[in-house]
Design a protein around this ligand. Structure first.
Ligand code: ZN
Length: 260
């Protein structure tokens, strides 16, 4: 499903891509805007969603550029209707590194929110003076949505940022796999609760869908971590056996390189 994507351009050497379903979102938002305010409504709504996703890209760049400092390769940032996804070739096992990489994303949103808030401060006081479909009202929406994006990503559901912070924090006290297991379990309890709040109280349908997606993504990432651990253990065992065999026969020990 993730294969249906369109490559746009490169930012800092990272390929930016949008999933085909993103076009459906643009169409839907444009249609809703048209119903509400004809052409100005449509243009304004599309501009807002594009600006919002530029902020999503900046959030992902926060993660990606911090990750690169720790030698992580970031081939692609993919935009989906439910948000962005930076693809890393690996996730650092050192809790401090994972923490910094994770915090960098929401930090970008809080920074944008603060800057935009400062910029529209005057407009915010005289809200009646801001026309509905204007640049001012767009910026006014955007600072608020950046604040929401920052806070929302910090909710402790794995593998969202808050869940990763939880995992990294737990990993300072217990083995990495066990920490991932706990983070995924907590996510399984909280994600349906947040999904219900999004669907029935806030009426944020896309957010509700996102939480359901997270429910599966958290479990998938735990299983992937488990598989990695098992593979590493297998290769460690093979290396140990090779060393023992070498010691018995007098041959030099084989050095095995496992995956990763
Ligand atoms: Zn993030």
């Amino acid at each position: 499903m993730l294969g249906w994507s369109i490559n746009l351009f490169r930012v800092f050497g990272i390929q930016l891509a949008v999933h085909a379903s993103f076009l459906l979102l643009l169409g839907y938002v444009g249609y809703e805007g048209w119903v509400e305010g004809q052409l100005p409504g449509m243009l304004w709504s599309v501009a807002l969603i594009v600006a919002f996703f530029i902020c999503v890209v900046l959030h992902e760049l926060g993660h990606s550029l911090t990750a690169r400092r720790y030698g992580v390769r970031v081939p692609r940032i993919l935009l989906l209707p439910i948000g962005g996804m930076a693809q890393f070739d690996r996730i650092p096992r050192k809790p401090a590194e994972e923490l910094l990489i994770t915090i960098a994303g929401p930090a970008v949103n809080f920074l944008i929110a603060a800057l935009l808030f400062a910029a529209v401060w005057r407009g915010l006081i005289n809200t009646e003076d801001v026309p509905r479909y204007s640049f001012n009202s767009l910026v006014d929406e955007l600072w608020f949505w950046n604040l929401v994006m920052g806070v929302f990503n910090l909710l402790p559901v794995f593998p969202m940022d808050g869940g990763r912070i939880l995992r990294a924090t737990l990993a300072t006290q217990m083995p990495y796999l066990r920490a991932t297991w706990w983070a995924a379990l907590i996510s399984k309890i909280l994600a349906p609760v947040f999904a219900c709040i999004a669907f029935f109280i806030l009426d944020w349908k896309m957010t509700g869908v996102l939480f359901l997606f997270i429910l599966f993504a958290g479990d998938a990432e735990y299983k992937q971590t488990l598989r990695q651990e098992q593979e590493e253990q297998y290769w460690r065992e093979r290396a140990r056996q090779a060393v023992e065999a070498g010691a018995v026969s007098g041959e030099p020990p084989l050095i095995m390189h496992g995956p990763n």
